[in-house]
Design a protein around this ligand. Sequence first.
Ligand code: SAH
Length: 264
Amino acid sequence: MDEKYCTNDDPDQPTGIVYLVGGGPGDPGLLTLRGRDYLGRADVVVYDRLANNQLLDYAPRAHFIDVGKAADHHTVPQDQINEILIREARHGKIVVRLKGGDPFVFGRGGEEAQALAEAGIPFEIVPGVTSAIAVPAYAGIPVTHRGIANSVAFVTGHCAGPDTLDLNWQALAQGVDTVVFLMGVHNLSSIVSSMLQAGRSQDTPVALIEQGTLPEQKVVVGKLDGILDQAAEIKPPAIFIVGEVVNLHSILTWFHPETELVSE
Ligand code: SAH
């Protein structure tokens, strides 16, 4: 392990660093070894609600800063999060910015890294297991499958009203085998109607997976044109997956959380 940034024992020359660590999709066992190692060394952990709080146990010597984000509501604005990271690193601290899933997949990790780069703060990225792949996997849905899906797109469903989110619906509906929407619960009806209007078949199998990889996991499986009627109970965080691979769920279900499936 490279120790070059971890020597902050010279009081005249504090050399802090920020590790942007992907905490994985929920199941704490999906944290990487490097992520666990950096948590163990951290002086400060800056975290939000998407990363499993159990991971904080790996940071026994750290001071914790909760910048928790509720859906659609940033409890601490992004520029303040950036400032916290910069401030702590300038104090010579080893800072872990713990993020849900992968830091660079819809996690604003890129923006945080940009702010650190502009401020001249050393940083490292520790990729994480993204919910975009792991949550379907825990529902027995491979995002690609030979003969069924050769392509997959990860798409934000946040602000997915056709007027507000500039998505190429035609390309998604007709050119991509598996489409995985993150942050799509609030805009589900807009996503569904956009996909249908852009030419995706109404019979396309779809799944909604809430709290994937966790004991609270809920899976709803249906067809593109009927899923809205089944979706009432689904709350964020959830993944919406569109494509023929969803049919494999009935064969490949392997994870049996404590709660029952909402429907099949
Ligand atoms: N960087 C994260 C994504 C952040 S965006 C990653 O790589 O996973 C937040 C969205 O991720 C949520 O709205 C939801 O769509 C998805 N998500 C994260 N964890 C999830 C989980 N355990 N179950 C279902 N969806 C999840």
